[in-house]
Structure formats: C-alpha cells, structure tokens
Design a binder for this molecule. Structure first.
Ligand SMILES: CC(C)(COP(=O)(O)OP(=O)(O)OC[C@H]1O[C@@H](n2cnc3c(N)ncnc32)[C@H](O)[C@@H]1OP(=O)(O)O)[C@@H](O)C(=O)NCCC(=O)NCCS
Length: 220
C-alpha cells in the first residue's frame, strides 16, 4: 500500500534527495531549472507516493512557464526510487497528476524527456517550441489537455513572470490543509500495475459507471 500526498515544504528535503538519487549529479544545472528559478511550483500537482515505511518512493512536480503568450505547465522532474522502478508508480503519478491538471483547467503540458516513455501518456514532439539551450529538440514533448491547445503555440519557453499567476501559486503553496488530502493507493500483491492504473479518477469513474450499468442489467 502506498499513500498519495501533495508535496508540502516539509517534504521538500526528502523529495530533493530522491531526485538526487535518480538523476545524474549536476541536475540543477540543466537549462530547464532556470525556468523554475524564483517561480513557485503548481503545488496541487506536486505529488508523492510514500511507502509503508513512510519513505518517499516516487515524486512528480510541475511549474508554470510561458511559450509566447501562452501559459503552459512544465512537467518534471518525475522520478521513482530505483528499488521500485518498473512497478507502475511513475505511470500512476503521471496519469493522476495529468487528470488533476485537466480538472483544474490547464490547457497544455510540456516536458523534456524520453519520447519512448512519455508517448504512452499521449506526449508528442513539439514543433517550434524552443527550450533554453542546450536542449535536444527531439526531447521537447507536449500534450493537449484541451483540444487544439498547442495549435499555433510557438516560440521560446520562458519563465512565468505574470504577477497574478505568481501570487496565486504562492498562496496555494502556503495552504497547510494540503497535507490532509492524502489518499491510500491500493496495491494488489503481484499485480501492482493493474491496481495502480485503475486508481486514477477518470478510470475509477468509468469502472463505477460500468458496475452500476451491470447491476442495473442484472436487476432488470
Ligand atoms: C522514468 C521513470 C519515472 C518511470 O517510472 P517507473 O515507475 O519506473 O515506470 P512505470 O512502471 O510506470 O513504467 C515502466 C515502463 O516504462 C518503460 N520506461 C521506463 N523508463 C523509460 C525510458 N527512459 N524510456 C523508455 N521507456 C522507459 C519501462 O521499460 C517499462 O516499459 P513496459 O511497460 O513496456 O514494460 C523512472 O524509471 C525513473 O525515475 N527513472 C530515473 C529518472 C528519470 O529518468 N526520470 C524521467 C526524466 S524527467
């Protein structure tokens, strides 16, 4: 069993330690980190999975950025502790956070990463979207949360500087009740992936609707 929790400031040292373990030394020298400097993350979407020993086993973070005039979610870093990689935790955090982003009204997401991994979530190469160098353009990927959200969005990726957006994000980050919104994530021994996948909000809704329909058919 894991517990899914939003990351709070108290969790940050543990999450940073996980990222240090999972990524090459000097990760914060990457150009994508300059886009995060001095900008609050999107707290509702920064999620962690704690294991039964209460250790942070997986984590994902998001920041706001601009591409041209458009507001964009920058996904990353996402990492899973080496002892738990390949069990579906990364996929679970991706899907859960993307469902939440969609529910919050975010239109588009981008990341810098391996297309062979991220294409399973619907990410494709972005044309004409330029990360600060040096970034391999083949690794600049995007996903539409609203139809057509990436159409005609082109240009350099820049830091979010809009005062209203920054003030809103900072306010959310200081909300102490965030920690209360943890939830257990079912883990069926031997079938972690199936169990974790079926936990996302949209999938749970679909399963509940199907069960309801089946029960109605049986009663009829
Ligand atoms: C990449 C990462 C987040 C994936 O999380 P995970 O929980 O291990 O992955 P999942 O269990 O959800 O998915 C496993 C699948 O992803 C594939 N996969 C994992 N990393 C991959 C990569 N870099 N490229 C292509 N496929 C990859 C596995 O081969 C496996 O494929 P399968 O489903 O066909 O068997 C995790 O392995 C990790 O933290 N790696 C080190 C840090 C990193 O590279 N982070 C991403 C860059 S921002």
């Amino acid at each position: 069993m894991y517990e899914l929790c939003p990351e709070t400031p108290a969790d940050t040292p543990e999450v940073e330690a996980l990222y240090d373990l999972c990524f090459a030394p000097g990760r914060t020298a990457l150009s994508s980190y300059r886009l995060r400097d001095g900008v609050p993350p999107v707290s509702e979407l920064c999620l962690m999975l704690r294991n039964e020993a209460d250790a942070v086993t997986a984590a994902i973070r998001y920041w706001p950025v601009r591409v041209g005039d458009a507001l964009v979610l920058l996904l990353g870093p996402v990492a899973v502790h080496p002892i738990a990689q390949g069990e579906g935790l990364g996929g679970y955090l991706m899907r859960e956070s993307l469902h939440r982003a969609e529910a919050m009204g975010w239109a588009r997401v981008m990341l810098v990463g391996d297309a062979p991994y991220y294409k399973r979530f619907g990410f494709t190469k972005l044309e004409g979207v330029e990360m600060p160098p040096p970034t391999n353009p083949d690794r600049v990927l995007g996903l539409e949360l609203q139809p057509g959200a990436w159409v005609d969005v082109r240009g350099a990726v820049t830091r979010e500087t809009h005062p209203d957006v920054l003030a809103g994000l900072a306010e959310i980050g200081q909300t102490p009740s965030l920690r209360a919104s943890c939830k257990p994530v079912a883990f069926i021994e031997g079938e972690p992936r199936a169990a974790l996948r079926s936990e996302t909000a949209a999938e749970r809704q679909r399963t509940e609707a199907a069960t309801h329909d089946r029960d109605k058919t049986r009663k009829a």
